[in-house]
Structure formats: structure tokens, C-alpha cells
Write a protein that binds this ligand. Structure first.
Ligand SMILES: [Zn+2]
Length: 299
């Protein structure tokens, strides 16, 4: 088993240029402070927030700019705001709304009320829901630059490249149109890639010409079988997966087959249900809290 993992690490190193050896070179890297400690210079940091059922992720770029992807449920708004303030933030440079569902957009009003916002990236999938109407109205009122980037849009933030992988085009008539019009981002720093799959389901995934490999995958749709399957995990081939969900949620997330697929493929698993997570990279190495890894890999 150990040989297999080392072989996997060697293969990954060869393919994506990662200095990454689970259970070996990571050992000296776990000394970082609490997850609310501001990130170090020259590092890209991803915080996966524990804010109940939903999604909220914060990137702090090496140039200190910030990107908040989603803001959880309405009742999670204060938790999200408190966390951002605990890092000393006053401004969110990029506020991303992946899609209009309440567990992603509900907390946006609290975020808008408490921070300067540089610009908003939105799915552009208008549902007319009260959450979305209030969100759009607040952005307009404050004159915040607003865009609906599609596949092919890229943005260099310092030395980090942010690419929009989806949506390719607007999809209607799928099983869940809001999920199938999600903004999906790849965030790349050196040889380390974070794929933020939002709640993308199979129909949206099928519109992508390819799914690139990544180092860390934010599992699609909270570990639901319609978002994440073995094929997605094989295609993206991550070393670590983040599952965003609340314990005892009404949907049975993460689904059993997803949990099993992660184990079968020896992918490290990290759950926001167990508390906020922090991942950092200098562009070569990925640093994570080994105590939060659920599958017992990478220790
Ligand atoms: Zn969701």
C-alpha cells in the first residue's frame, strides 16, 4: 500500500510538477498556526469555511487580494462575516456567486453589508428568486463592477491564474438548471491547482470539452452522486478533495458511492462539517492539516 501511494506521488510529481509526497515531505509542514491566522506572504491560501450546509470559500492570493466564492445560507451570513473579519479583511476584491441557490447565495447580503467589494462575478443565471433580486439590487445601488464570465475567461491575480471552466453556455431543461449553470473555476499557482466545482451536475459537465487535472478538488454538489462520480475523480486526479456539507443534513451528503470512490482511488478527504479547513501553497507544495484528513491517507 505504501509503495502504491509513493508511486502515485511520484507519478503526480512527474505530471504536474508537484513536490508532494504524502506521508513523507509533508511531515515538517504542519506547524502552521490556527486556521484563523492570516496567511503567509508569497502563498496562496484557500479557506473552506464551516458555515453549515452550503458553500463558502475564501482565497487569499500571494498579492493579498481576496476572492470569496459563495456565502452559505442566509443564517450563515454572520459566521462568514465573522470569519473574514477574524483575518483582518475589510475588502473582498472578487466576490463570486456560483449560482442562485440559497445555500450559496443566502449569506451574500451580510457580506455586502460588511465589506468593500472590488467586483462581482456571477453565474448570470437569473431565476428571479428573492435572494438573487436583493443581491443584484445591492450591487447596482453601490455601483459595484459586475460580470458574468463564461468558459475561456481568465484573470491573472498577481502570479495566480484564475480560469472560468464553466458555464460554456446557458443550459435549460436539465434536472436542476441552477446547478447546471454554475460558475466553475480553476485557480492555478505554479504547479498547484484548485478546481472549484460548485454544484455542477452531469449535464453541465458534459458541455466541457475536457476536465483538467488538479491538485485539490472542491467536490461538485456537496459530495452528491449527481455532481461527483468516479469518472470525475479519475479525470481530475486530485490528491485532496474537499466536501462541503453540514452534519446530519437533509440530503444524505456526502453520498455513499462518492465516499467509497474517494477511498478506492486513495484521494485524501477533508470535510467542512468538521470545521473550517485551510490549504496553503507556495506553488510547489501543498500544506494541509493532516489531522483533518478523513480517509487516513497522507499522514
Ligand atoms: Zn449547494
Amino acid at each position: 500500500m505504501k509503495n502504491k501511494i509513493l508511486l502515485l506521488a511520484a507519478l503526480l510529481t512527474a505530471v504536474v510538477g508537484l513536490a508532494f509526497f504524502p506521508g513523507v515531505s509533508q511531515a515538517g509542514l504542519f506547524g502552521f498556526g490556527s486556521r484563523t491566522q492570516p496567511p503567509a506572504k508569497n502563498e496562496l491560501t484557500l479557506y473552506a469555511l464551516d458555515m453549515g450546509q452550503g458553500d463558502s470559500f475564501l482565497f487569499v492570493f500571494p498579492n493579498r487580494q481576496t476572492m470569496l466564492i459563495d456565502a452559505g445560507l442566509e443564517e450563515a451570513g454572520d459566521t462568514v462575516v465573522d470569519f473574514l473579519k477574524s483575518l483582518g479583511l475589510e475588502k473582498i476584491d472578487y466576490l463570486v456567486a456560483t449560482h442562485p441557490h440559497a445555500d450559496h447565495m443566502g449569506g451574500m447580503q451580510a457580506v455586502l453589508a460588511n465589506f468593500d467589494i472590488g467586483q462581482v462575478w456571477d453565474s448570470g443565471f437569473a431565476t428571479g428568486s428573492p435572494f438573487q433580486r436583493k443581491f443584484y439590487a445591492a450591487i447596482k445601488r453601490r455601483g459595484i463592477p459586475f460580470g458574468t464570465p463564461k468558459r475561456g475567461y481568465t484573470r491573472k491575480i498577481g502570479d495566480v491564474l484564475v480560469e472560468v471552466l464553466a458555464p460554456v453556455r446557458e443550459l435549460r431543461g436539465t434536472r436542476r438548471d441552477q446547478n447546471n449553470n454554475c460558475l466553475v473555476l480553476m485557480v492555478t499557482y505554479g504547479g498547484v491547482k484548485f478546481l472549484m466545482a460548485a454544484d455542477m451536475e452531469r449535464e453541465e459537465r458534459a458541455t466541457l470539452p475536457e476536465i483538467p487535472r488538479c491538485t485539490v478538488l472542491k467536490l461538485a454538489h456537496h459530495g452528491s452522486y449527481n455532481g461527483t462520480d468516479k469518472k470525475l475523480l479519475r479525470d481530475t486526479s486530485p490528491v485532496a478533495a474537499i466536501i462541503s456539507y453540514a452534519k446530519d443534513n437533509d440530503y444524505g451528503y456526502p453520498h455513499r458511492e462518492v465516499v467509497k470512490a474517494l477511498r478506492d482511488l486513495h484521494i485524501m478527504r477533508f470535510d467542512t462539517a468538521d470545521g473550517t479547513l485551510k490549504f496553503s501553497t507556495d506553488g510547489k507544495r501543498l500544506t494541509y492539516d493532516k489531522n483533518r484528513e478523513v480517509n487516513g491517507f497522507g499522514r
